[in-house]
Ligand binder design. Structure first.
Ligand code: GLU
Length: 384
């Protein structure tokens, strides 16, 4: 399962021209949970050095809530959603002013991009965000990305910056997603705060259930860190599906960016998947929020997973949730496991009327028949 240190990929990291650097809140704050401008200054210097070498960087930064909490008098305490949003409103400002001040001293400028999951759900906004990022990169400006925490409610939230950073890496087709965290890599029996009990895994060829089983995250509503190891693994898998390698390293180590880009063995390297998804299928699988579920019988499940077929009404046994024509849905096998995701040609009401029926019967049941399939193969992605 583990490749035990894939030196050739490590060396190729040294040539990575476009890198998404994700910095977690824990790296950006000091023991009092205030923005640690010394550490941020070190990171900025390293990033400026990489920019001077001609590399393109996108910085995905957390720390807005952490920076805003002291101003709001809410350091260390559990926060309600409106309080988190208010902290983010205050803190995002402070965070950006720190980055801009530090980068401009080194002759560089920053541009702020705040995203929500909704921006990725909508193809037009997705492409617009990409254009904005590309334009900033082409102009030599460093895009600084965070989640738009003040407006994002649960339904439209990435939830943590791990997912956001993977999404941004896919958006700009980065050569590397570099995650700087207080956890310096993937450990067997990983337990945040008690890292001694595990062995650092240097290279992960493919993330499997085994890795999720070796993850024990703690969650704490007062914490400024939202993503644990589980969310990192999910995010890294999203990048891997798009052919992008990820490296998880300690953001607390001095000169970590330089160490990584010299190809030295630090942290955990996650290799990209060989069968890379097309941009459209990646978007269906990783950007869209499924609106409902279609449960299928054994024959249909096999036709999808082994024969490359489309999903027909005859194989659908149940419809869950409400969705419109064109919406993304999960396709569940008879054992309750998700096997695919796709865009349904028919709404939940229509599928309810035609499920278990042959395609030729669609017209008789609905009074019209736009498509023979419920999900065409071109709009369907298998979930591995
Ligand atoms: N967007 C949040 C912030 O800036 C951080 C989320 C995360 O740490 O994953 O505070």
């Amino acid at each position: 399962m583990e490749a035990g240190g894939d030196q050739s990929v490590r060396c190729s990291l040294a040539r990575a021209g476009r890198i998404v650097v994700k910095v977690g809140s824990g790296v950006l704050v000091d023991a009092e949970q205030r923005l640690d401008t010394d550490r941020i200054g070190q990171l900025v210097k390293s990033m400026a050095r990489l920019l001077a070498e001609g590399r393109q960087l996108v910085l995905v930064t957390s720390g807005a809530v952490a920076a805003g909490a002291p101003v709001m008098g809410l350091t260390g305490s559990a926060k309600t959603i409106p309080q988190l949003q208010a902290c983010a409103a205050v803190g995002q400002n402070l965070l950006m002013s720190v980055y801009e001040r530090l980068f401009s001293r080194l002759g560089r400028h920053t541009g702020q991009i705040l995203l929500t999951r909704d921006d990725m759900n909508n193809r037009e906004r997705y492409l617009n965000s990409r254009n904005a990022l590309e334009t900033l990169l082409a102009s030599g400006i460093l895009p600084v990305v965070n989640e738009n925490d003040t407006v994002a409610v649960n339904e439209i939230k990435f939830g943590d910056n791990d997912h956001l950073s993977a999404q941004v890496a896919v958006l700009v087709q980065a050569d590397l997603l570099l995650i700087l965290s207080t956890v310096g890599g993937f450990y067997e029996q990983n337990h945040e705060g008690a890292l001694e009990d595990g062995r650092l895994v240097p290279t992960v060829e493919r993330i499997t259930d085994w890795h999720f089983h070796h993850t024990r995250d703690t969650s704490d509503s007062a914490s400024i860190n939202r993503g644990g190891m589980r969310s990192k693994l999910l995010a890294i898998r999203k990048a891997a599906d798009s052919g992008i390698p990820s490296l998880l390293v300690s953001g607390l180590d001095d000169g970590i960016l330089e160490t990584v880009l010299e190809g030295r063995e630090v942290g955990t390297l996650f290799l990209p998947f060989k069968e890379r998804l097309s941009a459209r299928k990646h978007w269906i699988l990783h950007s869209l929020q499924p609106q409902g579920r279609l449960v299928v019988d054994r024959g249909a499940a096999r036709a999808l997973t082994h024969k490359g077929k489309s999903l027909l009404s005859i194989g659908i046994t149940a419809v869950e949730g409400k969705f419109h024509s064109g919406n993304p849905v999960r396709v569940m096998g008879p054992d309750g496991r998700e096997i695919a995701r796709g865009l349904s040609y028919y709404s939940s009401r229509e599928v309810e009327a035609i499920r278990g029926r042959r395609s030729e019967e669609i017209r008789a049941r609905l009074g019209y028949s736009y498509y023979d399939e419920v999900i065409h193969r071109d709009n369907l992605v298998l979930v591995k």
